[in-house]
Structure formats: structure tokens, C-alpha cells
Design a protein around this ligand. Structure first.
Ligand code: ATP
Ligand code: MG
Length: 1042
């Protein structure tokens, strides 16, 4: 067997698509491969189940609808690696396995995580369906991005749109795979940015958006000035970002608030808080005799106005604080005046608290808009701030890098470590792979005791420090030195400490650690905001100050530690190592061989070996573990995967084919009905004609080049048949009549008179009629097959068995081309004009139709009149008899297909291992029908129903006029007719909505409006009923219960 490479389908090769295919997996080889691909504009590369993306910093052309289509439902090996492939895979796994999925996006700041997250959301939104409610949810999910980015992203030196918060976004789905809900969890917003930014960085985008985008009225109401006016914006001296239009973004932010359903008055309040913070920042303090004093009391009024608080009270709370003090046994509250530094700190604390609570409110309002009462399926996307190293790294970087360190842990747990542990468990021989397990770094940071980690030491110091604890940071550094000074990933330096992270060494400046970690909002400030005249602002400060005082306040680091660990223990990060091993049992690959499908009879291990051998896997390529089989080279596994995907592909094609056939049949059904409508009430029908189906081309033009030569190259044939044409003397001659969208062709045969082919009989185009030239068609009212085509020059008297079908198609095409209805007239005395030939000819002839014996027309020409006699046909009001339901049609087509496959083709998966197939086919497919209730009766033993032996032999497809040998097997397989059941007492009954003609001996037939006894309703859709003493099956949707 030829070994094929799983990538051979890719058009262009740049390095390898999946780096597990690298012969040596070293850092150099990986970087080299990524580079090669990057140079060729391939930003995506797999490494097993992990997708690596390299930021191209330019728009790549492969994110269009075309790619969305391409990756949808495609096998992994079919297309180059892509975020859409990963997303599609998640989506499909969720739907097929019914399991929640999650993608962790990690990478340093600016790597492209947020962009990737948005591609994921966009893809899901595009490929999933849903009604208007779902559309609304999708819109909110997509709109949440600009809103959260406006308030949570900022320009840093690493990334112009850097996420300054972590986000875990769950998109929730209905059982049908429609995104009908969602939930966002946000992590530790970098709120210090609200009050100060490093050089070349900005505050959160919303500030610049508001300043650039506010209307004149808003500027007035909110006191909008240029950004350099505000202390909270002018410290970094950076206001603009290349390629960002703050004014336009502002409109988008406001629109997003609208879509999310934030009421107009609250939107105003949101902006008021944003502006209020800016104005708050401009309140400065001077030192007056060891006390902080508001420098310019004029500046108090505006922020107080925007926040709905009393300016004096604001001044008071910024410069003094109530302190509880214990005096003797009593505790007493005293007012303490703050110094200048403490006052600045208090102001900033208020600004940060306002902003952070506002941000939480926005997240909550998104959640409210898309929350679901209960969860079904979900896909989670974790997009956090990436690992970062700056010139100066503070407490925020410490937290951010800690979260990234934790993520790396998850990654290791899910891949390397889990895999190697499994080898040990399974007793597999393997060479250990060296990898750095960063748990040691995580422990250094978060350990509670023995030795306490950095965060524990930090919390201890914070618990004992006072208001603004001067020297606390120094104490911290000392204590850290004592606690973890000898740790191999820790060093201290004069103004901080260094952590050796998995991603590199980062030196942290200890300055501000304690203050930022404490993160307490003094009750004074809460009280102040609770005095706001605005409901909305009061709702952001819901604390009950009388009861919430107790206990050690939570710190920023303990919060982030908890959030990070919650995230990991949520269990959302299920094992996704699809390619690393074969699961126990044979489920995934059982379809590969006939012996293993639907189930392997024998020991499981033998079954696995059988499968591996069936794909010719070399012995050294796998090892049998205790419960699993391990495949060494991923390529070998891809072989299995590919074989499996191909199998599924075949099945998909079968279903597709069935569907197409079904559609085609439906079209014919419709045509037939339309045809009988044409003749309805005008012409008697041939006794055998009504239920004949249409097929159109009765000449088989595909194989008739001598006829096709008169048509254009790919001209479509609507109808083709051999007809009788009558001349002026009513002599009949055979003509081939062809109808195409271009017109009507009449082809005859003549002897060649001259040339090398002299004497031979050749096809000649006798006549071509364009639709525009046809004036009408006339027919008799009797059951004969004559019709006259009236044309501008002269008329044609023709006779065809398939006139109804021809007329139906002709009138359709005629109407399409001429935009007029074709006139069809009926009469028993018809006139037709004959062709002028030479001197003679011209003039008209008459055909008279009369009642006579028999169903075959008798012709009697006499001079210029032809008389046609024929017996009575079916009444003129006969209409097409059965209108079938979709399910029934599908049943036939599927039945024929599945039977076609029994003839040597692939077996259609069936049986208990394939619930999908059960659901999809149970009603239409005959095999799914229930056996009749009760013990088997003598003479009616039923095994599984044998398939129809020939694909033409399906229900009512006999119109295809297949030669009889196609039916020969039918007799063989038919079960003997069921014995007549005993009459039963009257039970439930139903009335037939449509006629149903039994397709098999165990089915019953009935006419519309017949009343039948209902014996059994079966969920498969095949009910049992009794009529005229016969009991049998029929489709339940053909009747109504009475
Ligand atoms: N697939 C991409 N195609 C084109 N440009 C990209 C792509 N991914 C990222 N970029 C560019 O890189 C910038 C940074 O990407 P992004 O904001 O996603 O980084 P991030 O990993 O989320 O960083 P942070 O951790 O700072 O939030 C984007 O604003 C965009 O300009
Ligand atoms: Mg980001």
C-alpha cells in the first residue's frame, strides 16, 4: 500500500504545517520552520493540537467569507492551518461529542491574542444559524468587543491596543448549535492606569474617544477640554495613536452600549463618570503645616457636580479620614487629617474605584443581555493580557506575569506532563523529554506556607501597614529576602526583586507594591459616593458599611490568585489531546473495516491490532499500553485519521446524493402536477398516464451525438422523444422532437443524395421553432395523443405518448422566454395550416375527433379532413393522484441508495453505535420501521428487511422503465404476505389526508378521506393501521386522527 502523506493535499508547501512532523523538535528547528512560513505569509502552524500564530502586522488575505466556507466542516488535513480550522474543530466537537470546549490564547503582549479571539467569535457567528433572538445575541457578543476595548484597552509601548484586563468569554449554545447566550468573566483591570501612565503610553481609550468624539453639547455638559488639560492624561505626553481614529471609535462605543441595551440615561451617566474622573484628577493638594490642603477649591465644584456629590463633602473626604481607635475597652471614631501625599493617594483611590466599578458594570450589563437561564453547550475563549517586560515593572506586571505563569502551567499539565505520566501508567517504554515545569515559579509566587510565597508575604505586610504605610515597601523587600531569598528563581536588588519566569527574567520595582496590593477603598469614600444624587452611581457602591467592616480586607494579589486558580479548576480546560493517542475501545476508528463495524466481536486489544494492520502500520510505530495504544509517529496516526475522515466524506456524499435525488424527484412531482393542471377539465386523460412520472429525455441524447449535433454545446435538453408527424395527406412519419430552452427541434432522417456518403441514411434538422414564433397549441378533448403546434409559417400535427409532459415543459419555457402564457386550446375539430411547397401546397387541413371503440385512436383520412375515433378516457377532472410528503420521498431515495451500497459499495453505518444515523433516518428509512407488535406470527417471520436489489426499484420510481432484470431480485427478497389479522374491537381511528399506495406487501393502501383503524402509532413515523380487513404499515403523516 502506498503511504500517502497527510499534507499532500495542500497546494503550497512552506516548511511543515504541523511541527510534530519535524524530524528533530528543537527550538532552532521550530523557529526556523515558523520563519520559513512567515516569509511565505503563512502565519499559522500547528504543533499537535496547539495552533501557533505569528503576528503579521498586516491584513492577510485569508480571513474572508471564502475561507469561512472553506474551513467549515473540512477535515484538518484538507486546508492549511488556520484559526478557523481550530474554531471549526471546537464547534464540531462540541456538537458531536456534546462537550464544552475552550481555547486558551497565550502569548506576550502584542502577539495577537485579542485579534485571534475576535476571529474566533466572528467565525462562530458566521457558521452558526439562528433566528432573530440568536442574531441579537450574536450582535451583542460581537459588539462587546468595541465596548470592552474602549474601557479596558490602552496604548502601551508594546501594543497600541493592549488589553489591560483579562477576559474569559463563554459563548453558550443551544442543542442545535446556535449561540443563544454567553458569559464574560473579567480579571484584574489594570486600574493604576486611570491615574498614571508611563511615557509613550496612554490612559484607557475611552478618555481620548470622549475628548475627540463628544458633541458640542456633551463637551459643554461634561467640561471637555483638550487632553493636556487633565492631569490624568498629560503625565505621559502621548495623546494620539497611529492608525486610530478616536472620534470614530467613540461613535462605535456608544453604538455598542446601545446594542447591549444600556439605557440612554445610564449612557449619559457612564460618560459623566468618565469625565468626572478626569476632573477629579485635576484637584491638587498643597502641604500646609503638615496637612494636605486643596490647592484650588474652584476645581472641586465641577467633579462634584458630575458625580452628584457635595463639593464640601468631597473636599473633606479627600483631606481627612475617620479612624477607629480603641480607647480603653471602647472603640471610638476620630477624624484624622491627611497630609498632601495621603490626600493625593485618596483622590487616586477614588478615581480608580470609580473606574473599576464602572468597568465591572459594563461587563455585567453585557452578561445580563446575553445570560441564559440554564447552560447547554459552550465554547470558552480565554484572552488575557500577555506576559510583559517593561523598563520599569510594577505590581501590575507582577500580577499579569503571574497569570501568564499559571496559564503556562495549564498548558504543561494538558500536554507534556499529562502525556508522560500516562506513559508511566500504561507501562509504555519511552524516552523522557526534558521540559521546564514552571510549577516552581508559580509556587514561588503563590505558596501559602513553607516557605510562604511572595503574595503571602505581601499580604502579611499589607495587613499590618497603616493608611499610607511609609516604608512598607522596604519592609516587604526585607521580608521577601528572608522568606524566599534563596529560591533559585528569585533574586533581590536594591529597589526590588527579580523573578526568573518561564518566559524570562523580570525585575520588579518594589515601589508601590503594598499600596496597590491593599486595594482597600476607605469607608469614607464609599460613604461619599453613597451620598451621590445619582442612583446609578450609588448602585456602584452597594457596600453596607455597618456590617461589611469585619475581617481582613481582600487584597489585589489574593483576588488574582483566586481568579486564576478558579479558572483552572473550573474544569473547562478539558483534555484536548486528540492526536496524541487512540482512546480506549474502537469507537473512533471502528468504521475503517467491516470487521470492526458496527462492533468488533473479540478482545478489544485484538480489535485495535486488526485496525492498525488494516492501515498497514509498521510494528515499530505503535505500542500497546494497558488501556490504550500509543502511536509513535504522528504521521502514522494521521494515516488513521485521514482514512477515517475519508470514510466520513463518503458517507457525506451518500447523504448529499440522496438529497439531490430527492430534490430532483420533488421537481418532477411538481412538474407532473403542473402538467395535469394544464389539461385539467379540458381533456380526458389516458387511463395509464396520470401517475407516470416525468423524466424528460426519452431518447437518451447523452449517447446520441447524431442528434446532439443540432444543439449547441452544452444546450440543456428539457424533453426529447420520438413522435409521429402527419403531413398534408395525413401520412405519418417518425420525427425526433427535442425541447430545449432555445426552442423546439424536429429531426428527421433522409438518404444522402450526393457525395461520399451517398445512399446512407442521415439525420437532418427538419424544423426548428423558436418560442417567439409559436402562437398556440391545440388539442382534442378526448384521450388521444394528438397536438398541433401553431407557428407563424405553418402548423405541425404531431402525436406523442408524452404530450402532457411536453406541453407542461413547453409552456414553462415559453413563458420564461416570451413573458406570455402559452395559449392552449381544446376542441374536437382542429384546423392546421400546411407548409407551402413549390406551386402547390398551402391551405388548411381539418382533424375531427369522435367517440369510437377502444383506447387506441383509429385514423381515417379523407381529402382535407382526418377523422380520429377513440373510446372515452378518464374524466377531464382527473388530477395527479398522490401528493407525497417529503419524508416519504426521502425514504425512497435513501432506501435505494442504501441498497445500492449493499451491492459491493461501502456499508452505510447503522445500528446502535450510530445514534446520528438513527435520528436522521428513523422516519424516512424503511429499515428503521418497527417490527409489528406481539409475538412473531407464523408465516410472517421478519428478519431485517432486505434491501431493494436495484437502485431503480424504489417505490414509485418505476417510471424509469428499467428493463425487468433490474427487478428480478425483488421477488426473492419479498417476505410472504402477512396473514390476515382477526377483526378487532373498534379502537382509535384516523382519516387519510392523502391517497397512499402501499409500496410493499406489508403496507396498506388507501384513498384520501378513507377512514382506517389505528392499530399502533410508532415514533418512527410508520404506523400500523387496518382498512378493508387488511392490516399493515403506512406513513403516519398521511392521516389525521379522529
Ligand atoms: N492576525 C493579524 N493580522 C493582522 N494584524 C494583526 C493580527 N494579529 C495582531 N495584529 C496586529 O497586532 C496588534 C496587537 O494584537 P493584539 O491586540 O491582538 O495583541 P494581544 O496579544 O492581545 O496583546 P495584549 O496582551 O497587549 O493585549 C493588533 O492591533 C494588530 O495591529
Ligand atoms: Mg489583547
Amino acid at each position: 500500500m502506498a503511504k500517502y502523506h497527510w499534507q499532500s493535499q495542500n497546494v503550497k508547501q512552506s516548511g511543515v504545517d504541523d511541527m510534530v512532523l519535524l524530524s528533530k523538535i528543537t527550538e532552532d528547528a521550530i523557529v526556523d520552520n515558523l520563519k520559513k512560513r512567515y516569509m511565505d505569509d503563512y502565519i499559522f502552524t500547528y504543533i499537535g493540537p496547539v495552533l501557533i500564530s505569528v503576528n503579521p502586522f498586516k491584513q492577510m488575505p485569508y480571513f474572508t467569507d471564502r475561507e469561512i466556507e472553506l474551513y467549515q466542516g473540512a477535515a484538518q488535513y484538507e486546508n492549511p492551518p488556520h484559526i478557523y480550522a481550530l474554531t471549526d474543530n471546537m464547534y464540531r466537537n462540541m456538537m458531536i461529542d456534546g462537550e464544552n470546549q475552550c481555547v486558551i490564547i497565550s502569548g506576550e503582549s502584542g502577539a495577537g491574542k485579542t485579534v485571534a479571539a475576535k476571529y474566533i467569535m466572528g467565525y462562530i457567528s458566521k457558521v452558526s444559524g439562528g433566528g432573530s433572538k440568536v442574531q441579537h445575541v450574536k450582535e451583542i457578543i460581537l459588539q462587546s468587543n468595541p465596548l470592552l476595548e474602549a474601557f479596558g484597552n490602552a496604548k502601551t509601548v508594546r501594543n497600541n491596543n493592549s488589553s489591560r484586563f483579562g477576559k474569559y468569554f463563554e459563548i453558550q449554545f443551544s442543542r442545535g448549535g446556535e449561540p443563544d447566550g454567553g458569559k464574560i468573566s473579567n480579571f484584574l483591570l489594570e486600574k493604576s492606569r486611570v491615574v498614571s501612565q508611563n511615557e509613550n503610553e496612554r490612559n484607557f481609550h475611552i478618555y481620548y474617544q470622549l475628548i475627540e468624539g463628544a458633541s458640542a453639547q456633551q463637551r459643554e455638559a461634561l467640561g471637555i477640554m483638550t487632553p493636556d488639560y487633565y492631569y490624568y492624561l498629560n503625565q505621559s505626553g502621548t495623546y494620539k495613536v497611529d492608525g486610530t481614529n478616536d472620534s470614530k471609535d467613540f461613535q462605535e462605543t456608544m453604538e455598542a452600549m446601545q446594542v447591549i441595551g444600556i439605557p440612554g440615561d445610564i449612557q449619559t451617566q457612564v460618560l459623566q463618570i468618565v469625565a468626572g474622573i478626569l476632573h477629579l484628577g485635576n484637584i491638587s493638594f498643597i502641604e500646609a503645616g503638615n496637612y494636605g490642603q486643596v490647592e484650588s477649591t474652584d476645581l472641586l465644584a465641577f467633579p462634584a457636580y458630575l458625580l452628584g456629590i457635595d463639593p464640601n463633602r468631597l473636599q473633606d473626604k479627600l483631606t481627612s479620614r475617620k479612624m477607629d481607635s480603641k480607647w480603653g475597652g471602647k472603640s471610638e471614631s476620630i477624624n484624622v487629617t491627611l497630609n498632601q501625599e495621603q490626600a493625593n493617594y485618596t483622590r487616586d483611590a477614588l478615581a480608580k474605584a470609580l473606574y473599576a466599578r464602572l468597568f465591572d458594570y459594563l461587563v455585567e450589563s453585557i452578561n445580563k443581555a446575553i445570560q441564559k437561564p440554564y447552560e447547554e453547550f459552550s465554547i470558552g475563549v480565554l484572552d488575557i493580557y500577555g506576559f510583559e517586560i517593561f523598563q520599569r515593572n510594577g505590581f501590575e506586571q507582577f500580577c499579569i506575569n503571574f497569570v501568564n505563569e499559571k496559564l503556562q502551567q495549564i498548558f504543561i499539565e494538558l500536554t507534556l506532563k499529562a502525556e508522560q505520566e500516562e506513559y508511566v501508567q500504561e507501562g509504555i517504554k519511552w524516552t523522557p523529554i526534558e521540559y521546564f515545569n514552571n510549577k516552581i515559579v508559580c509556587d514561588l509566587i503563590e505558596n501559602k506556607l513553607n516557605p510562604p510565597g511572595i503574595m503571602s508575604v505581601l499580604d502579611d505586610v499589607c495587613a499590618t501597614m497603616h493608611a499610607k504605610g511609609e516604608g512598607a515597601d522596604g519592609t516587604l523587600l526585607q521580608k521577601l529576602q528572608a522568606a524566599v531569598g534563596t529560591h533559585e528563581h528569585f533574586n533581590s536588588w536594591n529597589s526590588g526583586f527579580v523573578i526568573h519566569h518561564y518566559a524570562g527574567k523580570v525585575s520588579y520595582d518594589i515601589n508601590g507594591f503594598c499600596e496597590r496590593n491593599r486595594d482597600v477603598l476607605f469607608p469614607d469614600l464609599i460613604e461619599l459616593m453613597q451620598s451621590s444624587e445619582f442612583n446609578f452611581i450609588r448602585s456602584l457602591f452597594p457596600e453596607n458599611l455597618n456590617t461589611d467592616k469585619k475581617g481582613r480586607p481582600t487584597t489585589a494579589s489574593s483576588k488574582i490568585k483566586k481568579q486564576a486558580n478558579d479558572l483552572i479548576s473550573q474544569g473547562t480546560f478539558a483534555d484536548q489531546r486528540r492526536y496524541l493517542f487512540l482512546g480506549p475501545g474502537l469507537d473512533s476508528y471502528a468504521i475503517l473495516t467491516a470487521e470492526t463495524w458496527p462492533c468488533w466481536r473479540g478482545p478489544e486489544q485484538q480489535g485495535v491490532l486488526h485496525l492498525l494492520r488494516s492501515v498497514n502500520m509498521d510494528n515499530d510505530q505503535y505500542q500497546m499500553g494497558r488501556t490504550k495504544v500509543f502511536v509513535k509517529n504522528p504521521e502514522s496516526l494521521f494515516l488513521l485519521e485521514e482514512m477515517r475522515e475519508r470514510k466520513f466524506d463518503t458517507f457525506a456524499r451518500i447523504i448529499q446524493k440522496a438529497w439531490r435525488k430527492f430534490i430532483a424527484r420533488k421537481k418532477y412531482e411538481q412538474m407532473r402536477e403542473e402538467a395535469s393542471d394544464i389539461l385539467y377539465n379540458s381533456k380526458e386523460r389516458r387511463k395509464n398516464s396520470i401517475n407516470r412520472n416525468f423524466v424528460g429525455d426519452y431518447l437518451g441524447l447523452e449517447q446520441r451525438p447524431e442528434l446532439r449535433q443540432f444543439l449547441a454545446k452544452r444546450e440543456r435538453v428539457d424533453f426529447a422523444d420520438s413522435v409521429n408527424k402527419f403531413d398534408r395527406r395525413f401520412k405519418s412519419i417518425k420525427r425526433d422532437l427535442i425541447l430545449t430552452p432555445k426552442g423546439i427541434y424536429l429531426i428527421g432522417r433522409e438518404k444522402v443524395k450526393k457525395g461520399p456518403e451517398k445512399g446512407q441514411i442521415k439525420e437532418v434538422l427538419k424544423r426548428k421553432m423558436e418560442f417567439g414564433g409559436i402562437s398556440s397549441v391545440s388539442l382534442s378533448t378526448r384521450q388521444d395523443d394528438f397536438f398541433i403546434l401553431h407557428e407563424a409559417q405553418y402548423d405541425s400535427l404531431l402525436e406523442s405518448n408524452f404530450k402532457t409532459e411536453f406541453l407542461s415543459l413547453l409552456s414553462k419555457r415559453y413563458e420564461e422566454v416570451t413573458k406570455r402564457k402559452l395559449t392552449i386550446s381544446f376542441g374536437d375539430r382542429l384546423e392546421f395550416r400546411v407548409k407551402k411547397e413549390g406551386w402547390g401546397g398551402g391551405g388548411t387541413r381539418i382533424v375531427v375527433f369522435q367517440k369510437g371503440p377502444g383506447d387506441v385512436a383509429q385514423l381515417k383520412p379523407g381529402g382535407k379532413t382526418l377523422s380520429v375515433t377513440i373510446g372515452d378516457g378518464l374524466p377531464k377532472s382527473s388530477s395527479s393522484l398522490y401528493r407525497r410528503t417529503a419524508a416519504l420521498l426521502l425514504k425512497h431515495t435513501l432506501r435505494s441508495l442504501s441498497s445500492a451500497h449493499q451491492n459491493g459499495g461501502a456499508k452505510f453505518p447503522r445500528g446502535p453505535h450510530n445514534p446520528q444515523a438513527d435520528i436522521t433516518y428513523s422516519s424516512p428509512q424503511k429499515q428503521g420501521r418497527p417490527l409489528q407488535g406481539g409475538p412473531p406470527k407464523l408465516g410472517s417471520q421478519r428478519g431485517p428487511r432486505p434491501p431493494a436489489p436495484n437502485q431503480y426499484n424504489q417505490g414509485n420510481l418505476d417510471f424509469l422503465n428499467v428493463p425487468d432484470q433490474g427487478m428480478s431480485g425483488k421477488v426473492w427478497f419479498r417476505p410472504p404476505p402477512a396473514p390476515k389479522p382477526q377483526p378487532r374491537p373498534q379502537g382509535p381511528r384516523c382519516r387519510a389526508l392523502y391517497q397512499y399506495v402501499g409500496q410493499d406487501t406489508d403496507e396498506i393502501s388507501f384513498e384520501a378521506n378513507d377512514v382506517l383503524d389505528l392499530v399502533k402509532e410508532d415514533p418512527s413515523g410508520w404506523w400500523t393501521g387496518r382498512i378493508g380487513g387488511k392490516e399493515g404499515l403506512f406513513p403516519g403523516n398521511y392521516v389525521e386522527k379522529i
